[in-house]
Write a protein that binds this ligand. Structure first.
Ligand SMILES: [Zn+2]
Ligand SMILES: [Zn+2]
Length: 378
C-alpha cells in the first residue's frame, strides 16, 4: 500500500480548503479513472490513492486525525479503507465521489451506484379511515405485501441441484462498456439485466426470480388532522432490492370516509341542523354532536331563518402541521311541519290570521314589489 502523503497525492498545500481539494481530486481522478485507462494497473493504483486521499481529506474529522497522526490514524482496521483491501474502484467511487462526479457519470450514479445494483420497488397501500379517526389520529397495524428470498432455491432463482451461471456477455460484471464519442459509457448488460448471472434452469417456486410473495405487518401512525388524499411515506419500507441495493419506499394513500353529519373544509367542519319551525320562531336550544364525541347545546335565537350560521370555536379538525384546531360551523334550516292533525291545522290557521307585516316583513315587502311591477307595466 502506498504511504505517500495524502496532500502530495492530490498535489495541494496542507492548508488547502475544501474547494481546492475537490477540484484537485476531480482533476486527478479523471486522469486515472479506470474507465479511461483500461487494463492499466499503474493508473488503477494511482486512482485508488487519489480516492483514498480525498476520502480522508474531504472529511473534517478524518482530516484532523490525519494531520495529527498521519497514516497511522487509519491503520488497524480504521476508517480510511475505501480503496484498499482489493475493493473495486467502484466501491470507493460510490462512497466518495458523490456530487463531484454526479454530473459527469450521471447515468451510473442515478442508476444506484455500482454495477447491477438497483433500488427496490416503491409500494402503494390504500387505507380508509373515518373522519373521527382523522380527527384523533390512529395507530394501525398494516399487513404489507412484500417479497422474500425463495426458500426452495436459496434465493438464487436456479432450480434445486443447479446454480446460476456467470453471464457470458458481461463476464459477471452486470455492465458493459461502450464508446460514445469522447467518453466510455457503461450500460447495464442486456443479457443478464445487470445481475451478472444467468439461469438456465429456473426454480419452479419463484419462476427464477429468487423471491416469493410474503406479508409482513407494520405499525403505522396516521397523524391527527390528515386529509383525504394525503399520503404517508415510509422510507425504506417498500420492496427490498433484489441485489443488495436500498429498499424502496412505502406510500400509504389515506382516504377519509364521508361523514353523515360533518363536511370538512381543511381544518373547519360544517354541519346542517334542522330546526322545527316553532323553535326557529320562538327561539330555543338544539343539541349538536361534535367530532370529539361530545354533545353541545346551541342556542337558536328567536326568529332564526334558514341559512343562519353559528360558529363553535375550536370544534373543528386539528391542522396536520401546526396542531391548531379549526372551528365548526352549524347552519340551520327551518323545517316546515308536515302531517298535521286537524287540531294543529286549526291552531296554525288561527295563528296565520294574526300574522301581519310585522311578523312576515319579507313576505310583505315582496308583495309590494309585485304590485309595483304590474303598475309599472300597465
Ligand atoms: Zn451480463
Ligand atoms: Zn426459487
Amino acid at each position: 500500500m502506498s504511504k505517500t502523503c495524502y496532500y502530495e497525492v492530490l498535489g495541494v498545500e496542507r492548508s488547502a480548503d475544501g474547494k481546492t481539494l475537490k477540484s484537485a481530486f476531480r482533476k486527478k481522478a479523471m486522469q486515472y479513472h479506470p474507465d479511461r485507462n483500461p487494463d492499466d494497473p499503474e493508473s488503477e493504483a494511482r486512482f485508488k490513492d487519489v480516492t483514498a486521499a480525498y476520502e480522508v481529506l474531504s472529511d473534517a474529522d478524518k482530516r484532523a486525525a490525519y494531520d495529527r497522526f498521519g497514516h497511522a490514524a487509519f491503520e488497524n482496521g480504521g476508517m480510511g479503507g475505501g480503496a484498499r483491501g482489493g475493493a473495486r474502484p467502484e466501491d470507493a467511487f460510490a462512497d466518495v465521489f458523490g456530487d463531484v462526479f454526479s454530473e459527469f457519470f450521471g447515468a451510473r450514479r442515478g442508476g444506484g451506484g455500482r454495477a447491477g445494483v438497483s433500488r427496490g420497488d416503491d409500494l402503494r397501500y390504500d387505507y380508509e379511515i373515518t373522519l373521527e379517526e382523522a380527527y384523533a389520529g390512529k395507530q394501525v397495524e398494516l399487513s404489507i405485501p412484500t417479497t422474500k428470498g425463495c426458500d426452495d432455491c436459496g434465493a438464487s432463482g436456479a432450480a434445486p441441484g443447479s446454480s446460476p451461471e456467470t453471464c457470458s456477455m458481461c463476464g459477471g460484471a452486470g455492465r458493459v462498456r461502450a464508446q460514445q464519442g469522447f467518453f466510455t459509457m457503461e450500460r447495464t448488460c442486456s443479457r443478464c439485466q445487470g445481475k451478472g448471472q444467468t439461469i438456465s434452469k429456473p426454480c419452479k417456486t419463484c419462476s427464477g426470480r429468487g423471491r416469493v410473495r410474503a406479508e409482513r405487518t407494520l405499525s403505522v401512525n396516521i397523524p391527527a388532522g390528515i386529509e383525504d388524499g394525503q399520503k404517508i411515506r415510509l422510507s425504506g419500507e417498500g420492496d427490498p432490492s433484489i441485489n443488495g441495493g436500498p429498499a424502496g419506499d412505502l406510500y400509504i394513500f389515506v382516504s377519509v370516509k364521508e361523514h353523515d353529519l360533518f363536511e370538512r373544509d381543511g381544518p373547519h367542519l360544517f354541519a346542517r341542523a334542522p330546526v322545527p319551525m316553532c323553535k326557529a320562531a320562538l327561539g330555543g336550544e338544539i343539541e349538536m354532536p361534535t367530532i370529539d364525541g361530545g354533545m353541545t347545546r346551541i342556542t337558536v335565537p328567536e326568529g332564526s331563518a334558514t341559512g343562519k350560521r353559528m360558529r363553535l370555536k375550536g370544534k373543528g379538525m386539528p391542522h396536520l402541521q401546526s396542531g391548531q384546531v379549526g372551528d365548526m360551523y352549524i347552519e340551520i334550516f327551518v323545517e316546515t311541519p308536515r302531517n298535521l292533525s286537524s287540531r294543529q291545522k286549526e291552531l296554525l290557521r288561527e295563528f296565520s290570521d294574526e300574522c301581519n307585516d310585522q311578523t312576515n316583513p319579507e313576505h310583505e315587502s315582496f308583495l309590494g314589489k309585485v304590485k309595483r311591477f304590474f303598475e309599472g307595466a300597465g
